[in-house]
Design a protein around this ligand. Structure first.
Ligand code: SAH
Ligand code: SF4
Length: 364
């Protein structure tokens, strides 16, 4: 395969129109190509039967559709599937497919690694490698829909895998554009959630560029604790962050709310005092809280909060009329929280962690 060929997988409608125009082709070719690739999973130009033979051979010379490669697929007893994906550069990323009653949610990565070093996060622990390209981001959704023939189509996408999406905003927005486009995946704004640790200037920009659901990784409701566990807070403290959330909701439909993610870590942020602080800072913001029991990983000094502590925290918020959900921990056996499997592999490859073999069901 020639290295010089353009990978069209991550091209938005507008960029495909430009591409076809440069070949002297009409703009409706863009819709045709998008449907082949993103609705039928066809990536071989020779199979695109509404293109002339000439156009097909011209396309094969200058372009290709190249998704990333699945290295491994691990399935948990509850049916959650975690995929390890190898990029052309050799970097590894993760995506997770989570079946729920009426939904099939895909959790995708936006960067290989992450520079932000939240103290509870396995991705942060690995450091930053690089930003993903448009095609590596949308390629995850493509793989999830078309690589596994027995799978239902993905109904929801969450940017809660590896990396901070707002530090790779253009490729993330291009992939959201494809996720929503009628000729591609046609997902509505409510079915796409972008999770961020709180890059305030980017949240402000985002409001005019997209209407997808926003989730904020808050995890602490006072600045001294948040400075410690989510260090980006030193740059963008809580009041600025929550103000930018209010701005994001302005001019959006009344039904739209922000999801506040709050990991419960034993003895760190899980007391009733912490819950009181949380209620106080969330006043005036249209939001719901998603409590997430901390998922332990090798090398972390934290532990998951006790069940009774989690329940008490949740009850307190509900009593204060905050809509609160508790994320059921799924896929613990496959290192459920993103970044954990790549972290484990990297550590065992480096030989730091030889005793900790990966003992999972391999379904690839
Ligand atoms: N960088 C973005 C998106 C990726 S992280 C952000 O921080 O929001 C998305 C989520 O992964 C975090 O909010 C947190 O909810 C979850 N997460 C990370 N490490 C975790 C762990 N050890 N246990 C449970 N959830 C974790
Ligand atoms: Fe990066 Fe999000 Fe992990 Fe923090 S929680 S280190 S922002 S991926």
């Amino acid at each position: 395969m020639s290295k010089d060929r353009i990978n069209l997988l991550g091209f938005t409608y507008d960029s495909l129109v430009d591409f076809f125009q440069s070949l002297g082709e009409p703009s409706f070719r863009a819709s045709q190509l998008m449907k082949w690739v993103h609705q039928r999973g066809i990536i071989d130009f020779d199979k695109m039967t509404d293109f002339s033979v000439n156009l097909r051979s011209q396309l094969s010379e200058v372009a290709e559709i190249r998704p990333p490669k699945i290295e491994e697929c691990l399935t948990s007893p509850e049916g959650t599937k975690k995929y390890l994906i190898k990029l052309d550069s050799g970097s590894m990323i993760e995506m997770v497919k989570i079946p729920e009653k009426k939904r099939l949610t895909l959790c995708i990565s936006s960067q290989a690694g992450c520079a932000l070093q939240c103290t509870f996060c396995a991705t942060g622990d690995q450091g930053f490698e690089r930003n993903l390209t448009n095609s590596e981001i949308i390629g995850q959704l493509w793989l999830a829909n078309f690589n596994d023939l027995y799978s239902q189509p993905i109904s929801n996408v969450v940017f809660m895998g590896m990396g901070e999406p707002l530090l790779n905003i253009e490729p993330v927005l291009a992939s959201i554009n494809l996720m929503q486009h009628q000729n591609a995946y046609g997902l509505s704004k409510r079915r796409i959630t972008l999770s961020t640790s709180g890059i305030v200037p980017e949240i402000e920009k985002l409001a005019s560029r997209t209407d997808v659901s926003l989730a904020i990784s808050l995890h602490a409701a006072n600045n001294s604790l948040r400075d410690e566990i989510v260090p980006i807070n030193k740059k963008y403290p809580i009041d600025q962050l929550l103000n930018s959330c209010k701005q994001y909701l302005k001019n959006k439909s009344k039904r739209q709310t922000i999801t506040i993610e709050y990991i419960l870590i034993d003895g760190v942020n899980d007391s009733i005092e912490h819950a009181k602080e949380l209620v106080k800072v969330l006043k005036g913001l249209s939001c719901k809280v998603n409590l997430i029991p901390f998922n332990p990983f090798d090398g972390s000094n934290y532990a998951r909060s006790l069940d009774e502590t989690i329940q008490a925290f949740k009850d307190f918020l509900i009593q204060k009329e905050i809509i609160t959900t508790l994320r059921i921990t799924r896929g613990d056996a496959i290192d459920g929280a993103c970044g954990q499997l790549v972290g484990k592999l990297t550590k065992s490859i480096k030989g730091k962690n030889k005793s900790n073999s990966i003992n999972l069901i391999n379904t690839s």
